[in-house]
Every structure is written in C-alpha cells, then in structure tokens.
Write a protein that binds this ligand. Structure first.
Ligand code: ADP
Ligand code: MG
Ligand code: MG
Ligand code: MG
Length: 393
C-alpha cells in the first residue's frame, strides 16, 4: 500500500459496511458481495441484500491501474470524472445511462444500479448474439449528449461550465498513448499475429498513415466539440432484456472529455466491424453482414438525434447548410477514429476477445488491418456507411 489514498481502498469484505455507512443499506442488514470487475483500470463490486436478486454496484478507482497493481500509480480522480460524466449522460440520455445513487469523493467511489442481469456487449457478440436494438440506442445516446453539450445545443455559459468540469488530462494521455501513437510505432507493449508482420511494418513506415494519425491526434487534443465518452467500445456497453424490452446501458465513461464527436462513433463502429470480421472468419456470412451493417444503424440514430435537437438549438445563427457540413465532418472523423481503433485491436497493446478467441486470429486480424488502412487513407471513398460495411463482410 502506498500512502493515505490506499487506506480507503475497498475489499469485498468492506463493501457491505461501506453501503451501510453511506446510508445505502439499513443498519444491521447483511448481504453478499462479489467482485465483478474485469476491466483493466478499476474495481467493481456487486452487493446483493440477503434474499434479493439484484442489489447495488460499487465502482472504485484505486490509486493505481488495477491490472498492474500499486507499482503502476494513477490518480483515482478518474472515478470522479466518471461520476460527473454519468450525471451529464443521465441528463440527456437517461434511458441508456446507469442510475447513480451515491458519489463518494473521499473514497473515489460511486454506487450505481446493479446491471448484473445484463451482459457486456463484446461478450454477447463473441457468444454469437445479434446487436438487436443496441446500435440504435448507442447512436441515439451519442447524438443526444453531443448535441446538448455542443456549441449548437448549449449556451456559451453552459459550455464554459462543461469545459471547466471536464478536464481529464490523465486519461486523455492514455488515449494519446495507446490509441493515437504506440500502435503506429515501435513499442514493447504492441503485439500482432505473425501473419501481419509485413503489413504492420508497411503501415508503420507509411508517411501518409503518419499524417492521418497526426490529424486525429490534433483533433483529439484540440477540437473541443462536445462531451464524449472516450472509451465507447463494445466492452463499455451492457445489453439484455427486462420485461420483454431491450435494455442498453453505456457504462465506464472515465475517459470522458470535451473532444471530437467522431471519437465515440468511431470506437463503437470499429468494434462492430471487428465483431463482423469474427463472424466472417467463422463462415457466418449473414451474421457478418448484419454486424457490418451496424455502421448505418449507428449513423442514422446519431443524425436523427441531432436533427431532433436542431430546431431548438441554442445558437440560432447556425444554418441548415452548416449542419449538413458539420455532420459530414463528424462522419469523416468517425472513419478516422474507427481506423485507429481497429489498428489498436490487431497491432497495439489491447486486443479484442472477438478475434483472440478465434481458432486462428490471423486471417480475421488481417482483414481488420486492411480495412483500417483503407479507412485511414481513403476516407472520401467511404461517404456511405454501406461502403464501410463492405470492407469486412
Ligand atoms: P473499468 O473502468 O475497470 O473498465 P467497467 O466500468 O468497464 O470498469 O466495469 C468492469 C466490469 O464490471 C464490466 O465489464 C462489467 O462486467 C462489470 N460492471 C460494471 N458496472 C456494473 C454494474 N453497474 N453492475 C454490474 N456489473 C457491472
Ligand atoms: Mg471498462
Ligand atoms: Mg449467431
Ligand atoms: Mg474504464
């Protein structure tokens, strides 16, 4: 343990008493607690009262990276960034946002709705599930949140407050390192399937690739368009059914920043394409086509949310032709961020179970890498989501 912050780190045996102390469980009550977190960064506990089926989930950021332990310190402030982002998401997209009951800045923890009846989207996809209503709901969430927090949807005063409350330099640096630089250079953390040796080397040596990734790094660092989730891959979406209706929750916005809108759409799109490449590798062409087709579903839901907000926009000067131009620019960014995420998943540090659990990840990884390179270098050829889908079918 390192310093005073470590003293507040919860263990499963502490969680019930913690809930009682926070006023979230009655004095003298009891329940079972299990650690469910499977992420790299933080710890998540689910606490269920005796006799009940659902309870509460407590997420805590230790002052280090969970997967690496105390030798890899990281500010636990990220839990408060996440809690603030969840509050903003809940304002504009309450249906897809986990309900937060308590925020505890002293412990860098917050308590939320128990989602353990749902499944992580990536896990569901690996098990062969369809997307169902998920991409529509995610596109809708990104559309609502980004419109409402953009200079189109929010007043200048609200934007200033949002910007001040959304600084997140620690996690932004993680994105710049693991998404927007290391996969494109030599790093000991990178790895790839040997089948990709030549193509990975060619990608890293290509000056045109360097320039495109530079443009995306610049966009990430300097284009404060709207509040974005920042880590919206298929591991940050939980899906299931309650009372016969599809339920979608977007979790884990600890990377939230005011940044380019296309980041969230690109991360989600990339992981849908990776899932499609898995289906194609397994010989399920119909499933591959359906998964690749999520590009159109996501984009339509996103643009519908902007169109819905547009008549009530805060800045009345902005005209309809500008809106068309802005949406085209978001699509262009979406393709670029999708491409770097796809490269990261096959040649960076953090690979995807969709490919890793294939009997041989090589051929599907090569499809993903080639698709990524095409998206990165020839974005104007992919003005239509159908053209994107054709890359991996
Ligand atoms: P990290 O920041 O470490 O990636 P996540 O927020 O992604 O943490 O959560 C890690 C895992 O914990 C999720 O993949 C999911 O399995 C589980 N989890 C997260 N939130 C909840 C919740 N509210 N209820 C039940 N399980 C959850
Ligand atoms: Mg996570
Ligand atoms: Mg199937
Ligand atoms: Mg996280």
């Amino acid at each position: 343990m390192t310093g005073p912050a470590a003293a507040g780190v919860l263990e499963p045996g502490d969680v019930w008493a913690y809930l009682v102390a926070r006023g979230l469980a009655p004095d003298g009550s009891s329940g079972t607690v299990r650690e469910v977190g499977d992420g790299n960064m933080n710890r998540v506990f689910v606490a269920v009262p005796a006799g009940a089926t659902r309870g509460l989930a407590v997420k805590q950021a230790p002052p280090w990276i969970r997967a690496l332990g105390p030798s890899a310190p990281m500010s636990p402030e990220r839990a408060m960034v996440e809690a603030r982002a969840l509050a903003t998401f809940a304002r504009f997209a309450p249906e897809q946002t986990p309900r937060v009951l308590d925020v505890d800045p002293g412990r860098f923890a917050f308590t939320m709705e128990d989602l353990s009846d749902l499944t992580v989207l990536r896990t569901a996809l690996v098990d062969g599930a369809g997307f169902g209503d998920t991409s529509r709901q995610v596109g809708d969430l990104v559309g609502r949140v980004t419109f409402a927090t953009s200079a189109a949807g929010a007043t200048a005063a609200d934007r200033a407050a949002l910007l001040a409350a959304s600084v997140n330099p620690v996690l932004a640096a993680v994105t710049e390192q693991y998404l927007l630089s290391e996969p494109f250079g030599a790093s000991d953390a990178n790895r790839h399937h040997p089948l990709l040796d030549a193509e990975v080397a060619a990608l890293r040596a290509d000056p045109a690739v360097r320039t495109e990734v530079s443009a995306l790094r610049w966009a990430f660092a300097s284009r404060a368009e709207a509040l974005v989730h920042g880590d919206l891959h298929s591991g940050s979406v939980m899906v299931g059914e309650r009372d016969g209706a599809a339920v979608v929750r977007v979790i884990d916005p600890e990377f939230a920043v005011v940044g380019p809108i296309g980041l969230d759409l690109g991360l989600y799109l990339a992981n849908a394409l990776v899932a499609a490449a898995r289906s194609a590798a397994l010989g399920d062409r119909a499933e591959a086509a359906d998964r690749a087709g999520q590009a159109a579903v996501l984009w339509e839901a996103f643009t519908a949310a902007w169109q819905a907000g547009w008549p009530g926009r805060a800045d009345r000067f902005l005209d309809d032709a500008w809106l068309s131009r802005q949406l085209a620019s978001v699509w262009d960014d979406t393709l670029g961020f999708a491409a770097v995420e796809m490269v990261r998943r096959v040649a960076g540090y953090s690979h995807a179970a969709d490919l890793e659990t294939l009997p041989d990840p090589g051929p599907a990884s090569a499809v993903v890498l080639r698709a990524a390179r095409a998206l990165l270098l020839d974005r104007p050829a992919f003005g239509d989501p159908a053209a994107v889908a054709a890359l991996v079918r």
